[in-house]
Design a protein around this ligand. Structure first.
Ligand code: ZN
Ligand code: ZN
Length: 353
């Protein structure tokens, strides 16, 4: 893989066989950047993900396309792995500049539509209610209640995200002239996450079944967040961790030669990485069962779980995400018959059985 740094600081890479990537920065985020991939087709270049909606990110994307000998106005289509703002943020601007179509799985398009249509205040009320029900203390809820009355709500990411105009149908080949790119359903990180399997021989002759654009589903050194994306009007109890683990097995079985993820760097041995993550979650679930020897609310469980830093140092917004991750794990344990909700509450408490 040739990695070129241009004068502007733009970093583009040639992965061979008509596939390039551009490192598009994510402002104020430890992840650093999104790897936006460019796939040549007979009808023009297609982007896989676009990057965060921020002027510096946009400039980097535009400069990257120029460095690759194309222009944003040439983009023919945009394929989005999932609705998160570091992947879908710039899609609207790309469409405006080029007339490109935007494709996404319907489950994530539904989230984009819901976010665009809902009043930020309504969403915040829902969040406060939900956090209170899982045992969040008042000092966590107070800033959210204050924001409800303040003027900061318009800055919530996703409120002006573009509505996709094409659906990605799992199992089917995307309509790309001269390329064989198949969508693989990989829910878990988000309900509509897809990986894109490039069913073509590896350009450098690596042994395996083509290449995989893995989005956030399979990353070389990060275990992706498994959260809850719930429709406040839908009472169905989802099991995103169960979905994620099944998606990992599905991807492991593909036997791809190389993975092109949306963060960090390209890697081989997708099967080995999938097994590592499956083992990691297995260990984590048994660790949680030990903690649930006494009844705990999801919040109390999140406080006791292992994160990348001590709980006291985890900022407010990340604590809300952590507790939704704790809840995803609890739902898996309940579904496996290893834990159950204790009658009473709210807040709800769970215990190992
Ligand atoms: Zn994501
Ligand atoms: Zn991401």
């Amino acid at each position: 893989m040739a990695q070129v740094t241009h004068g502007t600081g733009t970093r583009v890479a040639d992965h061979g066989g008509g596939v390039h990537s551009i490192r598009v920065p994510i402002p104020d985020n430890p992840l650093g950047h999104t790897l936006v991939h460019l796939l040549d087709t007979d009808r023009g270049p297609v982007l896989i993900d676009t990057g965060w909606d921020d002027p510096a990110s946009w400039d980097t994307l535009v400069a990257g396309l120029t460095a690759l000998g194309t222009a944003v106005s040439d983009i023919h289509g945009v394929v989005i792995t999932h609705h998160h703002p570091d992947h879908h943020g710039l899609s609207g601007q790309v469409r405006e500049a080029s007339g490109a179509w935007i494709a996404m799985h319907e489950a994530d398009t539904a989230i984009v539509r819901r976010t665009r249509e809902s009043e930020p205040g309504t969403w915040l009320d829902y969040l406060v209610r939900k956090l209170a029900a899982v045992g969040a203390p008042d000092d966590h809820l107070a800033p959210l209640r204050a924001a409800r009355g303040g003027g900061r709500l318009r800055t919530l990411p996703g409120l002006r995200a573009a509505l996709p105009d094409r659906e990605i149908v799992p199992g089917e080949l995307l309509d790309l002239a001269g390329r064989k790119l198949r969508a693989v359903r990989t829910p878990g990180h988000t309900p509509g996450h897809v990986c894109l399997h490039l069913e073509e021989r590896h350009p450098a002759g690596l042994v395996g079944n083509g290449r995989l654009f893995s989005g956030d589903h399979l990353l070389p050194e990060i275990s992706p967040h498994i959260g809850l994306y719930e429709d406040p009007d839908d009472t169905a109890v989802t099991d995103p961790l169960g979905d994620y683990l099944a998606s990992l097995e599905r991807i492991g079985r593909l036997g791809v030669a190389e993975v092109l993820p949306a963060h960090q760097h390209a890697f081989t041995d997708a099967g080995g990485r999938a097994r590592e993550l499956l083992d990691h979650h297995k260990e984590r679930l048994s660790g949680l069962l030990a903690l649930l020897a006494t009844p705990l609310t999801p919040w109390q469980l999140a406080e006791r779980m292992e994160w990348n830093r001590p709980w006291e140092q985890i900022p407010h917004g990340s604590r809300s995400i952590a507790v939704s991750e704790a809840e995803s794990h609890l739902r898996r344990l309940v579904k496996l018959g290893r834990a159950e909700a204790v009658p009473g509450g709210p807040p709800v408490t769970y215990i190992a059985v």
